[in-house]
Design a protein around this ligand. Structure first.
Ligand code: ATP
Length: 287
């Protein structure tokens, strides 16, 4: 049996540059992994792909991104044997934290070992891009700028040490609705280059100033709870607060550990899912 850790990501920035003729949006996103993670278990089977999950809202068939990751490898390398994939879910589902994408990326890394395919992370990321735009980043983890449809990855410096408080309001957000509600002409573009400078300089205050997410106003318009949560988190003492991905999870960056419990306890009162985690920063190595 093989096991892989599948960490969640947060977006320090998310920008949408244009809608491409193929209907996809051209994005620029600076993402970093945090130590809230699913664990996946891979067990050899004689044939087929099966999925089981600790979370009942996660599909256990070909709609599961981990299933699709196994399928793409099986087809490409003409693998006759199968795999039983077990997902121990800790990352909230449909939250903007790339839980499904990270499970798929971990499945690619794990099956590369189990089936002795000898692929590099770069090769796994190319395959992952065929399934979903957050998967290439999740193959490597760490901190990176993802551009294009998410398939162009530029690795960046590890962010300055800090805590991340995550809070997911009990609402579901459709990524398609959020992109659909975006008016390309009136986007407030985050300062992606400024964030890259902040990371290169390991400047915590500048990192806090440069966070930005072009999708945030759209999600907040549709779900006012998200802006209420942001205000609460700031009030309890977070240094900066931003929505991750298309939401609805909001994260706060906190430099001093003494502040973390105050924010965590303050939010726990009215938001059911709150986590205090660290950034992981370092990239994942092939085991
Ligand atoms: P992203 O930040 O990449 O947009 P997300 O965090 O918003 O992702 P996910 O948790 O990946 O969202 O789930 C989005 C949808 O994908 C879910 O509603 C679920 O039906 C489906 N899904 C497919 N595979 C998985 C998986 N392994 N874990 C969770 N959800 C999955």
């Amino acid at each position: 049996m093989i096991s892989e850790k599948a960490p969640a990501k947060i977006n320090l920035t998310l920008d949408v540059l244009q809608k491409r003729p193929d209907g996809f949006h051209e994005v620029e996103m600076i993402m970093t992994t945090v130590d809230l993670a699913d664990r996946i278990w891979l067990k050899p089977l004689d044939r087929g792909i099966t999925i089981q999950s600790s979370e009942r809202f996660v599909p256990n068939d070909k709609r599961n991104l981990a299933w699709q990751a196994a399928d793409i490898l099986r087809k490409k390398f003409d693998i006759r044997s199968g795999v039983e994939i077990t997902l121990d879910k800790n990352i909230p589902v449909a939250a903007g934290l790339a839980g499904g994408s990270s499970d798929a990326a971990a499945t690619l890394r794990g099956l590369n070992r189990m089936w002795e395919l000898g692929l590099s992370l770069d090769e796994l990321a190319v395959l992952g891009a065929k399934i979903g735009s957050d998967i290439p980043f999740c193959v490597y983890g760490g901190t990176a700028l993802a551009s294009g449809r998410g398939e162009k990855i530029q690795h960046l410096s590890v962010p300055p040490n800090c805590w991340v408080v995550l809070a997911k309001p009990p609402i579901s957000v459709s990524t398609a609705d959020i992109y659909g509600g975006l008016d390309i002409q009136s986007i407030q573009h985050p300062d992606t280059a400024g964030m890259m400078d902040a990371l290169a300089a390991s400047d915590y205050e500048m990192m806090c100033q440069k966070v930005g997410n072009a999708l945030e106003p759209v999600t907040m318009r549709l779900h006012p709870q998200v802006s209420v949560l942001k205000e609460q988190m700031l009030k309890f003492g977070a240094d900066t607060v931003l929505m991750s991905g298309s939401g609805p999870t909001v994260f706060g960056l906190v430099e001093h550990e003494s502040q973390v419990a105050r924010i965590y306890n303050g939010l726990k009162g009215f938001c059911p899912e709150v986590y205090a985690v660290r950034m992981m920063g370092e990239r994942i190595n092939l085991a």
